[in-house]
Design a binder for this molecule. Sequence first.
Ligand code: BTN
Length: 252
Amino acid sequence: MIFTNLIKTNLRTKSLGKDIEYYQRLDSTNDESWDLIKDGSASHGMIVITDNQIKGKGRNNNNWHMSPSKGLAMSIILQKNLKVSEAKLIPLAAGIAAAQAIENRGGSPTLKWPNDIFINEKKIGGILCESKISSGSIKEMVVGIGINVNENSRDFPEEIVKGATSLYIETGYSHQRELICAIYTTFFERLLDQLPSTTSMWSNYCDNIGKLISFNFNNKKRKGIFKGINEDGRARLLIDEKIKLFDSIVLD
Ligand code: BTN
């Protein structure tokens, strides 16, 4: 059970989280957000959250596992005109906000490009930003956040247990998911107001500069040495001795 009044009590925002849609069980908070946008019942800043996400989506068509009643799975709907240049920085802001929220609760997170959140080399969270572009601007974006909060290692499926961790495992304490949701949303709103500074903030959390990374881009497997991000949010990768640039967001 998630108590939306507890989220509201802890929010310190101007516009995000004024509306909260809570579902006990849901396929995916991102998919539900798009359904709400389509049927006209979404609003800017709306939080869509569930206690049991059963078909969570990760990047590159991967699944995202959430342990019912233990993990945090939520999406924030941004429903306003965004320039493409701003939209490209939002996934970075979403990752920083997750790192800040985890730090606020006693964890010591790092970020790996594009926006995986790690503690002690194990994944504790991920971000899936989805948006649709029309005539050069973006009118809606869905920012999906998954954080492992109160899981112990037995809660993770066998295929991910070695590489996964939770805030409970890392700090030794249980945490209130409503509070983390509120802190995340508050930090995220602040970052949206200062998007140009996200690249340097992101770099301060990043720990894979100079390391070999592999990732999917436009359905193609790519591999290269990660050299950091540019001011426009694009990643610099050394591939075949040449620097190539990659956006942190894939626009439909
Ligand atoms: C990744 O690391 O690949 C991204 C994981 C994103 C998971 C979150 S959980 C809430 C939201 N709804 C989804 O279906 N996915 C995102």
